[in-house]
Design a protein around this ligand. Structure first.
Ligand code: PMP
Length: 284
């Protein structure tokens, strides 16, 4: 069945939705995005995603084309119209289509941003746990990974390298330390302590990361925000990653080294349980 998608104020069947060939998202990857998960037909941490979107737009001097209330309304209408019970809402805002190709940003008075949203139906999103094997790969992305831009070619290439190696994902390594996964934040657990890289421009400030660290602290679990090497990760008791689309997902192998005998560990399982329970309580 065809989806109803949102493009610049209109709700359309996906086959009727159109974007200009001059759109700067298409020509320059000049755009930002957010992915919000849906459980029980409700949005998980919408406020966190909306706040990060605002920050991404501001960091790129992009106008805010849609109000917070209108954005929530579009999310909710797409979830309802597409009958999403478990799934995702993808949102993308680009600098728009100035009518020609030019490196310089267009005048924001003349070119309005393009706003696109669509849903992805994912039955079983909350119950599916697929323990992950990762490879490590050089992190050669640009230096503003804290801005959630649509420049995702290198993460896609890293994902393909992982698949070619018979694994599921890649952990990116810079100056000997893990930055993050291709589309998630990376963690290890040693002697009960949860270790994850501190926030900076080197990584995306995960909305799931913020929630998980808050819930971990509330559950009296010890958290240390610092970077770690692949060697340290291979010696860890367990590992996992977080993202809005996978919540908390166990990592059971890193560059061929099995963790916890190749089985998901208890800390990741507990955090996943707490995360799902707590975020459902505040879902809207
Ligand atoms: N890091 C990167 C590079 C990502 O692409 C993502 C997911 N978009 C994350 C971390 C996790 O962020 P969130 O928890 O907000 O989905």
């Amino acid at each position: 069945m065809s989806r109803i998608v949102y493009v610049n104020g209109d709700y359309l069947p996906e086959e009727d939705a159109k974007i200009s060939v001059f759109d700067r998202g298409f020509l320059f990857a000049d755009g930002v995005y957010e992915v919000t998960s849906v459980l029980d037909g409700k949005l998980i941490d919408f406020e966190g995603h909306a706040a990060r979107l605002t920050r991404s737009l501001d960091e790129l001097d992009m106008p805010h084309p849609i109000s917070h209330e209108a954005l929530l309304e579009v999310h909710r209408k797409l979830v309802a119209d597409n009958g999403i019970v478990e799934g995702l809402v993808y949102l993308q805002i680009t600098r728009g289509a100035p009518g020609d190709r030019d490196f310089a940003f267009p005048n924001p008075e003349e070119t309005t941003p393009t706003v696109v949203l669509f849903t992805q139906n994912k039955p079983g999103l909350a119950s599916n746990v697929n323990p992950v094997k990762v490879i490590s790969i050089d992190d050669i992305r640009w230096g503003r990974r804290d801005i959630k831009t649509v420049q995702l070619l290198y993460p896609s290439m890293a994902k393909m390298a992982a698949k070619a190696a018979g694994c599921d994902d890649a952990w990116l390594v810079e100056d000997g330390k893990v930055t993050e996964g291709t589309s998630n934040n990376a963690y290890i657990v040693k002697n009960g302590k949860i270790i994850t890289r501190e926030l900076s421009t080197d990584i995306l400030h995960g909305i799931t990361r913020a929630a998980v660290l808050r819930f971990a602290a509330e559950a009296q679990m010890e958290v240390e925000e610092r970077s770690f090497t692949i060697a340290e990760a291979q010696e860890a008791d367990e590992a996992f990653f977080t993202s809005a689309s996978a919540f908390v997902m166990p990592v059971v192998e890193i560059d061929g080294a099995k963790l916890n005998g190749g089985k998901p560990g208890p800390v990741a399982a507990r955090l996943r349980e707490i995360y799902l329970e707590e975020s459902l309580k505040s879902a809207i």
